[in-house]
Design a protein around this ligand. Sequence first.
Ligand SMILES: NC(=O)c1ccc[n+]([C@@H]2O[C@H](COP(=O)([O-])OP(=O)(O)OC[C@H]3O[C@@H](n4cnc5c(N)ncnc54)[C@H](OP(=O)(O)O)[C@@H]3O)[C@@H](O)[C@H]2O)c1
Length: 182
Amino acid sequence: MAASLDGFIARKDGRVDWLETSDEFADGDAMEPGLVAAFLETIDCYVMGSRTYETALRFEALGLGWSYGDKPTFVLTSRDLPRVRDTIEFHSGDLAQFVNARLRPAFRTIWFVGGGVVSAECLRLGLADEIRYSILPILIGDGIPFFEKLDRDIALHLAQVQAYNNGVVELRYEVRECNRRT
Ligand SMILES: NC(=O)c1ccc[n+]([C@@H]2O[C@H](COP(=O)([O-])OP(=O)(O)OC[C@H]3O[C@@H](n4cnc5c(N)ncnc54)[C@H](OP(=O)(O)O)[C@@H]3O)[C@@H](O)[C@H]2O)c1
């Protein structure tokens, strides 16, 4: 996900208006649309929490499009939400069982879109191999944290760092181990 430097992925009310920043970092790489598209092609399916899905629905209603193309998109929810595309499937219940028994055999690259509740749940359950964390050049003071209520330490390996000419720094970590706090 993309976060403010102080670690928030959205404002408390869910707004992500701060994602558009106007910084310039002369030594940074350009975020070429072709490279972004090629990267998105490598993703085989998406998994997201219901609140992130609701944000995606709002974006689409505003005419900003659907970011997940025609890839299968699994929405975690215990509620009845509108299914606006054939590619969307709702799931509730045991997430580890769902990912390991249903998704892993069918999809190579499973992208957890977020939000903070789902990213923490995913790490708690030992489901994540990698974390992609983009830091935006802004502080917003308060909001929804990247990892909501993580209850353990998670050792990571920093695998890649890339700085872009819009001031965004992209970090890729490999998950090493989760240690329950005593
Ligand atoms: N900056 C970024 O890159 C980025 C990326 C993604 C999202 N976001 C933002 O993050 C915000 C949402 O984050 P969030 O942490 O509040 O919520 P979230 O993680 O998107 O969704 C949490 C909800 O998903 C459902 N859920 C989670 N795990 C489940 C499971 N195992 N089984 C069934 N349902 C499950 C529950 O809702 P139910 O009540 O429906 O069961 C839970 O309250 C939005 O504002 C979004 O725009 C930002």
